[in-house]
Ligand binder design. Structure first.
Ligand code: GLC
Length: 453
């Protein structure tokens, strides 16, 4: 098997990889993999990118299919939607509610959402490319480059209207860290329907229970409140009423943020897009370079001297949203910050009052008022953010810390299973079981690092 080729001898590690592959097999739907069969029955953009990264190690062909099925749903304006809906009859309402046909760029043959998610596509494409021999890699890159480029062009054309080098997100769901403190704080401050405050709790709960499915699969109290869930759905409806046209939404936007995680991922993705272009003798158009050349400096403008941290920014007020979260560490993944800034972020990762808990790295530092060890993106440890940070740490030469974090992540998953998120104090698992990106990135971490379990 492939892990023998890579020289691993650890039995436990081998068993863990095999179990992880089984999870991905379970969630495989013929052309793509869903995040978790019960709670998330549709294909989701960044989830599938992580899946492709994991599969590239043992089944590059299927890893390619994962990416291709995302690109098949691309809108003609370049957007890659964050959800491609399951076509089974029972998901009729999920498909219907987005009414993507109101925007002429949406595809006819597939039902999709009308917003996007963190642009991990370039990373997935390159990870697959790197396991292929040069000719195969070039062929692969040629087959996807035009569509990947169109996606990056869409991102800057529609989402960087001031030409700053940072793109904006119109909904917390676009950030991938849906209920992270900066998102929820903005939702409460800017996009909170007044009538929600005058409804009584039982009525809110009734509406909430009706519109949401997550509470049927995970413990109540771990996810957004019912009122927040309603506000999130109403914000989606606002965007839908403006036909998913970013400029129309921005005319009177309630929620528009330059999310630090999203932008860090995009900056890295631009570097990888360039790598792909060079491999196949293509060039990056000047209109894209105009935006990307500003990105590193623009990212630095999200640094706050007072608190020594990076934050997301409210696009409308132009103010930093000073709510600490794991997003503040993600510039490490961008590769665009200075070594000095990277060292400051490392201090936070190693700070016991902040991010250095028993099972790092919590999605919110322990000393934040938002912190809860079990509430979704407000404290638990997630494998995908660990993976992004480990990757960034290695690029800045913090190899020991990257190794430590890899080992603790693998041990956490080995002890507690392939869950969606974990309590950073006890390692206890929460959210969906058999969660695809936890399995896929476990495979990648296990293959890429010669650490023992
Ligand atoms: C949750 C996460 C999002 C993920 C989705 C499917 O909504 O917040 O990032 O893509 O689940 O796993």
């Amino acid at each position: 098997m492939a892990f023998k080729r890579l020289g691993y001898s650890s039995n436990d590690k081998t068993k863990l990889i095999v179990k992880a592959q089984r999870v991905l097999e379970k969630n495989y739907q013929g052309s793509h993999t869903v995040p978790s069969a019960g709670l998330y029955p549709h294909q989701v953009l960044w989830d599938s990118c992580f899946v492709a990264i994991g599969k590239s190690h043992y089944d590059p062909q299927r890893a390619k299919h994962e990416v291709i099925s995302l690109l098949d749903a691309q809108w003609s304006n370049g957007m890659v939607p964050h959800i491609i809906f399951n076509s089974a009859t029972r998901f009729w309402w999920d498909r219907q509610i987005w009414r993507r046909w109101i925007n002429f760029s949406s595809p006819n043959h597939l039902a999709t959402s009308g917003i996007s998610q963190p642009p991990m596509l370039a990373e997935a494409i390159v990870r697959i490319g790197r396991v292929l021999p040069l000719a195969g890699r070039q062929e692969w890159y040629k087959s996807v480059f035009p569509r990947l480029l169109a996606y990056h062009l869409w991102l800057y054309r529609e989402r960087d209207p001031r030409g700053e080098g940072l793109v904006l997100q119109l909904h917390p769901w676009e950030t991938g860290l849906d209920t992270s403190p900066p998102c929820i704080a903005e939702l409460h401050a800017k996009s909170w329907p007044g009538w929600l405050n005058i409804l009584d709790i039982p009525l809110i709960d009734k509406i909430g229970e009706y519109i949401r499915v997550d509470n049927k699969f995970v413990a109540k109290g771990e996810r957004a409140s019912n009122a927040e869930a309603i506000a999130l759905h109403l914000l989606r409806n606002r965007i839908r009423h403006r036909n998913y046209d970013s400029s129309k939404v921005l005319e009177n936007a309630k929620f528009a943020i330059q999310d630090i995680t999203y932008n860090s991922i995009l900056i890295r993705a631009n570097t990888l897009l360039e790598e792909i272009a060079v491999t196949i003798n293509e060039s990056i158009p000047t209109q894209l370079k105009r935006h990307t050349s500003k990105a590193a400096r623009a990212l630095e403008s999200l640094w706050d001297k007072g608190t020594n941290s990076y934050y997301s920014r409210d696009f409308i007020s132009n103010k930093l949203i000073k709510e600490p979260s794991i997003g503040g560490l993600l510039p490490l993944y961008s590769g665009a910050i200075s070594k000095q800034r990277a060292a400051e972020l490392v201090k936070d990762i190693e700070d016991k009052d902040s991010f250095a808990l028993n099972y790092p790295i919590p999605s919110v530092p322990a000393n934040s008022d938002w912190f809860s060890p079990v509430r979704y993106w407000q404290g638990p440890t997630w494998v995908n953010t660990n993976w992004l940070i480990i990757d960034g740490l290695k690029r800045y030469g913090f190899n020991e810390l990257a190794k430590k974090l890899t080992t603790s992540t693998l041990q956490m998953v080995n002890q507690h299973g392939f869950y969606e998120y974990f309590d950073p104090y006890t390692g206890m698992p929460h959210g969906a079981d058999n969660f695809s990106w936890t399995a896929a990135l476990t495979i990648d971490l296990a293959y890429s690092h010669k650490t023992k379990l």
